[in-house]
Structures are given as structure tokens and as C-alpha cells.
Design a protein around this ligand. Structure first.
Ligand SMILES: *[C@@H]1O[C@H](CO)[C@@H](O)[C@H](O)[C@H]1NC(C)=O
Ligand SMILES: *[C@@H]1O[C@H](CO)[C@@H](O)[C@H](O)[C@H]1NC(C)=O
Length: 355
């Protein structure tokens, strides 16, 4: 009798353990879903090998921002256009090494329609020393963002935490750029450029952002921003907008800057009078919804909804290949039919045919 009881108890305990593990896993999944962790963020944290500032550094007062980004004031006049606009992107070592994203990004300007000169206005922000030296080897304007290396043993999900920390550090750099009186266009480095995006940025708006979901009305705050690509005009109002954006981090569950901007976009418009415009996904597209995008209108293509650097590189290279084929055609051939992008072979999600 006794041994069998022990056996039953072990089985009961095992069943309890399994039940507990399942409930625990579901709770974690639910928590992740409810903080609105987007695919884009997962995808970035998946292979981002970065150091990051410790949480205490994330809210930087204006004084310390002046010290932290001390050399920006000397650098920006060399990079900016004559109307004081600077294009900013950022790279880690994996993105900056030869034959990686930085190379593709730069190549897209060279094969794009009359946008090669804009490379002179691109400031590449490197988040580690290796990325900085790779950058300097190929690009005229590189900036090393000093981010303290996070103790990797201190947290299990360090990649996600480091990534989130980094996007907030980048936001404080962007605030500094505005404070110095420069407009900026931030672009993720996994975006390839085909045509000049400034043609679609109006003087009316304080901020112009690409969209995850676009409703056909550029001025509607119901659009969902994708801050992988956004322009901000330098005004007192936008400096305050960046300050509030960063401060809002404390009010919401841990998240990256895009989700929190989405939370506060209405109050920024109401309280500050900030005017936000959204770019049409038909021109500023992404792999999440590539279906039926007309190459004749395309400005940029974002390798979002894509897991893994190798997959991203493969499909972005293919996009550039399709673009080269397209631009190689005669005007008659281009007019003869509508050319649309092929579905990405390696990237892609079940909802990529949504639109
Ligand atoms: C912007 O802010 C600065 C510093 O607070 C102030 O001197 C300046 O007058 C403001 N400019 C405008 C247009 O409000
Ligand atoms: C470009 O065109 C050639 C010839 O039609 C074709 O074989 C190739 O697959 C095209 N490249 C891409 C990336 O679509």
C-alpha cells in the first residue's frame, strides 16, 4: 500500500507542476501581449547585440544631455543640409559590419532616384565601438553613442531590456538635436530608400511619421505610427514634445518609444498643439504589408515583420534587385503596367496579405 501511495503522490505532484508551469507560461504570454510588445520590437531584440544605459540614465536633464552629447554641436553643422536637417540612423556591430544592413542602406541611396547626395546628410549613430569603426571605414559622418554596457548576468531577458533602453537613449539624443536647432529625419537602418522622402514631408506638420496602420487620412491621429522612420521639425514645441514623450515612459508599462508615442499622441496634440502627419504605407511600406505596393510610388521599404538578420538581409537585397530591374526599364515599359513588389521570400507573416 505505502509504495503505491508514494507513486500516486509523485504523479499528483507532477500533474500539479505541469499545471503550474502552463498557467505561469500563459500569464507571461498574457503580460507580454498586454504591454503591446510589437513584432517589430521582438524582431529587433532578437538579434540586437548591444550595450545599454542603466535605467537611472534614461531620463537625462538638459544639463547632462549637453555633457552626454557634447560633440554633437560640432558635428551637426558638417552633416546637416543647408536648411538644418539631418538624417539619423543607428547601428550596432552586427548591422554595421561589411555586407550587412549599413552597406545595403547606403547602396539604396546610390541606386535610388537622385538621392545619392543625401548620404552626405546622414549621421550614423554607432552604439558600440566596433560599429563605430565599421562605420568610419565606409561613411563620412559617424557618431559613437556612449552607452554603458549592461551587466549581462543581471537579467535573463537582457536583449529586450537592452534594446528598450537603447531606443530611449536614442530619443534623448534626438531631443538634443532639436535643442541645437536641427530638424531630423530618423530612419531605421533596415529601411532601403528609393526616392526622396522630403517630397512628402509638409511644412505644416511638426512631426511626420511612417505608419504601421494607415487610414488614408494623413492627419488622422487614428493612424498608428511606426517610429522606425519619422521626421521632426525643430521648434520649441517639438523639444517639449520629446521631453514629454520621454517622461511618459514612467506612466506606462515598460515599453519602447513607439508604443508610448501611440499612447500619448492625442494629449500631445491637445495640450501642446503638436501637429502630427502620417505617411502613406503605399509609399513608405514595410514587409508587414507589402502586397500590391506600386514600385512607381515607393519611397522606402522597411524590413519589419522579419525575424533574424540573415532573413532581413536576404529579402532587402532582393528588394534592391527588383528596384534595379525596375529602374533599368524604359519609361514606356514602366508605363505599360503596374509593377509591384514580390512577396518577401524569407520574411513575412500570415497577415502580410492584409492590404
Ligand atoms: C523658444 O524657447 C526659448 C528658450 O526658452 C525662448 O528664448 C524663445 O523665445 C522661444 N521661441 C519661441 C518662438 O517661442
Ligand atoms: C531581374 O530581372 C531578371 C531578368 O528578367 C530576372 O531574372 C531576375 O530574377 C530579376 N531580379 C529580381 C531580384 O527580381
Amino acid at each position: 500500500m505505502e509504495p503505491q501511495k508514494g507513486y500516486l503522490r509523485r504523479i499528483a505532484f507532477f500533474v500539479f507542476e505541469m499545471w503550474f508551469a502552463t498557467v505561469f507560461a500563459l500569464l507571461i504570454l498574457f503580460a507580454l501581449a498586454s504591454i503591446g510588445m510589437s513584432l517589430d520590437m521582438l524582431e529587433k531584440s532578437y538579434f540586437t547585440e548591444i550595450g545599454a544605459a542603466s535605467p537611472g540614465d534614461s531620463i537625462i536633464s538638459q544639463d547632462s544631455a549637453e555633457t552626454q552629447f557634447a560633440d554633437l554641436a560640432q558635428l551637426l553643422p558638417k552633416v546637416a543640409t543647408d536648411d538644418r536637417t539631418v538624417i539619423i540612423t543607428s547601428v550596432n556591430e552586427a548591422f554595421a559590419r561589411p555586407n550587412s544592413l549599413l552597406g545595403l542602406f547606403r547602396e539604396s541611396f546610390q541606386v535610388g532616384e537622385g538621392i545619392g547626395h543625401l548620404l552626405n546628410n546622414v549621421l550614423v549613430v554607432a552604439v558600440d565601438a566596433k560599429a563605430f569603426s565599421y562605420c568610419k571605414a565606409v561613411h563620412p559622418h559617424c557618431y559613437l553613442l556612449e552607452v554603458k554596457t549592461m551587466d549581462l548576468s543581471s537579467a535573463n531577458n537582457y536583449m529586450t531590456e537592452a534594446y528598450v533602453e537603447l531606443v530611449w537613449t536614442k530619443l534623448s539624443l534626438q531631443q538634443r538635436v532639436l535643442e541645437l536647432g536641427y530638424n531630423f529625419l530618423f530612419t531605421d537602418v533596415d529601411i532601403v530608400w528609393f526616392r526622396n522622402p522630403f517630397r512628402h514631408i509638409s511644412a505644416f506638420a511638426d512631426m511626420t511619421t511612417s505608419s504601421d496602420v494607415f487610414s488614408s487620412d494623413s492627419d488622422s491621429l487614428d493612424n498608428w505610427p511606426n517610429t522606425g522612420f519619422f521626421y521632426v521639425k525643430a521648434t520649441n514645441r517639438t523639444v517639449e514634445m520629446l521631453r514629454r514623450w520621454r517622461a511618459a515612459r514612467a506612466r506606462f508599462p515598460p515599453n519602447h518609444e513607439q508604443a508610448i508615442f501611440n499612447e500619448i499622441k492625442h494629449e500631445l496634440a491637445r495640450d501642446l498643439g503638436v501637429r502630427v502627419r502620417f505617411l502613406d504605407t503605399a509609399r513608405f511600406g514595410g514587409f508587414c504589408r507589402i502586397f500590391h505596393i506600386d514600385m512607381g510610388a515607393a519611397c522606402t521599404m522597411h524590413a519589419n515583420c522579419c525575424f533574424g538578420l540573415a532573413n532581413k538581409l536576404h529579402d532587402l537585397r532582393d528588394v534592391l534587385g527588383q528596384w534595379k530591374n525596375y529602374t533599368g526599364m524604359t519609361p514606356q515599359e514602366k508605363k505599360s503596367q503596374k509593377f509591384t513588389w514580390k512577396d518577401p521570400a524569407k520574411c513575412g507573416t500570415p497577415d502580410k496579405r492584409d492590404t
